[in-house]
Design a protein around this ligand. Structure first.
Ligand code: C2E
Ligand code: MG
Ligand code: MG
Length: 747
């Protein structure tokens, strides 16, 4: 899936998630608002009940305490503490001057009136002159009742009157009265509750008329109408608590919940019209804060969502380019390259994947600096891009590697195209004005059009990488095409290396022998030991396939001594069997010669089998001479001293020098088979002359000569004519197993 699709998918998932979260938040908000509204309603009603209860209490307390003041005066008159005759003088003793009463009085049933105003002036009133409401109250007291009058007006001022009976000898004798201005009750209406709250209430009489109301009220005009309407519907009042009743009054389409509580005197009530939401309970405010916080939270989430979407939308391009493109060179990265290949793939085309690598890019980095190195990469990417045809791709594969997917019908054409691209890239250095010649090499893999399958791009990249690795370091632009046999060889070599130790322990390495013939008397005077690896399944592997590997990995040192061991064991067997013993040549690899314990190990083997060292000929290669001639000579000298014979193998195959004769002490040289291969070619004469001279020089130094690769009688005749001592080759025998060798030459 492409990164674009991946991001779109992620965005979709993210959106769905946000929508779910948003919905959950909104639903819970609605639930919270609903339940809190309900709770708030309940708590509001309870709160109104409590406040009205408090107002009622204040009201009735006031009335009760006024009445009980009068009752105590009545008691004192009854008990003779205050004389009815001198009530005016005595009452001052019991009434403080700052009493709330306007005046108090005593009305005897015989209508003897004594009145005192609380400013101290003593005025006599006539019962008959009293306002009607006052008269009614006094009469009620004469009948033995403690009474509170309804509101009445006197001298332009609203007031009420209290009256309590005064007894003498168990019979009502008169009534003690007190008048109080309405203002004192207005104070109660306007007072704060214990919670410090003040609400707009009205004091209403039993007919629904307003006696007094608190200072401000938005409903001023409508209030009287609402109360009147409520009083005309008194049977519809509902109790919201044992004492508070409620009714919803609809007036001009608006609904006004009206709460009322009776004071307990004269059918008076305290009324509260809940229209302004002025009663805000503490629970309500807590719920309100909660709802506000919740709403803010939703808003915040919503804003975050909105911002994220906007951000993602704006930066989608950047994100996409970060995910899909190499930031330095602006070509695809490998991941996106592979995605694109899948999308572009046309199954009727032949495809090549090409991995391009710079030679010594680390050097460019170190010497010219990162900046220049980066510029080279950027320009390279530009060149590669400009060389693409439709439906071809390029990506930055690794730090200094680019990969291209190219289409071509013809391999040669493609090769030229790549070489041309590489030349263009080499030209960058001139543009950057430095002398360094940028060189590249590349590995290429190929897939023929395949109608059935998808393009196996991962395999193609592996193959191109493998091909790339087969190119040796050099100074040219090179191309290597993937060759499956090269890879198979590599796999084979890996197998060999992983199984060699085990093979040695299992005796899979077998000793084969190839005889050496004395050309003077035609006798077999020796043999060369040659190794064969015979696998458990019987498959035979020849030394050419593994010796170079073992030389490189050091295993040859073990193998060569193992072969010496096998040779000595064989010679010992021959001795035991009373057979003639012949010298056997063993090939010794270069690394052995520089091992400190080499000579000791070698001697240990010959001693173990009791074989005279002279029966062992050590074949060394010319290459040794080039390395460290002093160490070599020193080793050879000791070996020869110990009786071993030294033979120079493959003489003439490499850069042999006649100096060899003088610089190292040899017993034998083996002329390489290439000399004989030239017989029958135009070089024949010269090569023959060369062999003759080499042999003659060797003889002059007392060195024995052997020629390898004798395959024909003609070759043997020639060797005899130039006095070569020994011959070795298929003419006499191929390397053969011990059994075969013993049968042919020993028995
Ligand atoms: P080399 O020591 O020069 O051995 C001679 C090679 O020439 C042998 O190949 C032999 O089979 C081949 N040969 C002999 N006569 C003829 C002929 O008439 N015509 C042709 N065309 N070839 C002939 P082989 O056995 O495959 O060995 C190849 C090389 O492997 C040897 O070359 C030697 O360098 C190395 N080698 C073999 N065994 C050992 C070993 O035990 N240790 C080490 N270090 N190297 C070994
Ligand atoms: Mg040899
Ligand atoms: Mg040889």
């Amino acid at each position: 899936m492409s990164n674009d699709k991946k991001i779109k998918k992620k965005l979709l998932r993210y959106t769905v998630f946000m929508i779910i979260v948003g919905t959950v938040l909104i639903v819970s908000a609605v639930c919270i608002v609903y339940t809190s509204k309900k709770a708030e309603n309940n708590s509001h009603v309870a709160y109104v009940n409590a406040i009205l209860g408090e107002y009622k209490l204040n009201f009735s307390n006031k009335i009760e305490s006024d009445l009980s003041t009068l009752v105590s005066v009545a008691d004192m008159i009854e008990q003779g503490y205050i004389s009815k005759d001198d009530i005016i003088k005595d009452v001052f003793t019991y009434f403080p001057k700052n009493s709330e009463f306007e005046k108090i009085g005593y009305y005897s049933i015989e209508a003897e009136n004594k009145i005192i105003t609380l400013d101290g002036s003593n005025i006599k009133y006539e019962f008959s002159n009293s306002p009607e409401k006052e008269k009614q109250t006094i009469r009620s007291a004469w009948q033995g009742n403690q009474t509170v009058s309804e509101v009445y007006t006197e001298d332009g001022k609203d007031k009420i009157c209290y009256a309590v009976p005064v007894y003498e000898d168990g019979k009502v004798d008169g009534a003690i009265t007190a008048n109080i201005y309405l203002d004192k009750f207005v104070d109660i209406i306007n007072a704060n509750t214990l919670d410090g709250i003040k609400i707009n209430i009205a004091w209403v009489n039993k007919s629904g008329d307003i006696i007094e109301y608190s200072e401000a009220n938005i409903l001023q005009g409508k209030r009287a109408d609402i109360i009147k309407k409520a009083w005309s519907n008194k049977e519809s009042f509902q109790f919201t608590s044992p004492v508070v009743k409620k009714i919803d009054i609809v007036l001009e389409k608006d609904t006004y919940p009206l709460y009322s509580i009776e004071i307990g005197h004269n059918g008076w009530s305290i009324v509260y019209i809940d229209s302004e939401g002025e009663v805000i309970s503490p629970v309500y405010s807590a719920i309100f804060i909660l709802v506000v916080i919740f709403m803010l939270l939703i808003l915040f989430c919503f804003l975050v969502m909105l911002y994220t979407f906007k951000y993602i939308k704006n930066d989608k391009k950047t994100i996409l380019s970060l995910a899909d493109y190499d930031q330095l060179t602006k070509v695809y990265n490998t991941g996106e390259f592979i995605n694109q290949v899948e999308q572009l793939y046309d199954n009727s085309a032949d495809y090549y994947s090409v991995i391009l690598n710079f030679r010594h890019f680390q050097y460019i980095n170190n010497i010219f600096g990162r900046n220049i190195a980066d510029k080279i990469l950027i320009r390279t990417a530009d060149i590669l891009k400009s060389n693409l045809a439709t439906d071809e791709l390029v990506c930055r594969y690794r730090s200094d590697e680019f990969c291209m997917l190219l289409k071509s019908k013809d391999k040669k054409q493609l090769k030229n195209r790549i070489l041309n691209i590489m030349d263009n890239i080499s030209g960058i250095s001139a543009k950057l004005q430095n002398e360094y010649a940028i060189k590249l090499y590349c590995g290429v893999s190929f897939r023929k059009a395949d109608k059935q399958k998808k393009l196996p791009i991962a395999d193609m990249l592996n193959e191109a990488e493998f091909a790339l690795k087969t190119i040796k370091q050099g100074y040219d632009n090179n191309i290597a095409f993937y060759d499956s046999s090269v890879k198979e060889k590599k796999i084979f070599q890996n197998e060999i290396e992983s199984s060699m130790e085990q093979a040695l322990r299992n005796n899979e390495f077998k000793l084969f022998l190839q005889p050496k013939k004395n050309l003077l008397n035609n006798e077999i005077i020796g043999a060369e030991a040659l190794v064969r690896w015979i696998k458990p399944d019987g498959k035979m592997i020849f030394p050419d396939e593994f010796i170079p590997l073992f030389e490189a990995n050091g295993f040859c040192a073990s193998l060569d001594l193992y072969m010496v061991d096998k040779v000595c064991a064989l010679q010992r067997k021959w001795l035991e069997n009373g057979k003639k013993i012949i010298p056997i040549s063993v090939n010794q690899s270069k690394i052995l010669f520089y091992r400190k314990d080499y000579i000791k190990n070698l001697c240990n083997i010959t001693q173990k089998y009791g074989i005279d060292n002279k029966y062992i000929v050590l074949e060394i290669l010319e290459g040794l001479v080039a390395d460290d001639i002093e160490t070599l000579n020193h080793t050879i000298a000791i070996l020869r001293e110990k009786g071993f014979q030294i033979s120079m193998d493959d003489f003439g195959s490499g850069y042999s020098s006649l100096n060899t004769f003088t610089s190292i002490a040899l017993d034998e040289i083996k002329l390489d088979k290439v000399f004989l291969r030239s017989i029958g070619t135009e070089k024949e004469q010269k090569q023959k002359q060369m062999m003759e001279n080499i042999i003659s020089i060797a003889k002059s130094f007392g060195i024995r000569t052997v020629t390898e690769g004798v395959e024909t009688q003609v070759q043997e005749t020639f060797l005899k004519s130039i006095s070569c001592d020994y011959g070795q080759g298929y003419l006499y025998s191929k390397p053969i197993s011990i059994d075969e060798f013993e049968e042919k030459y020993i028995n």
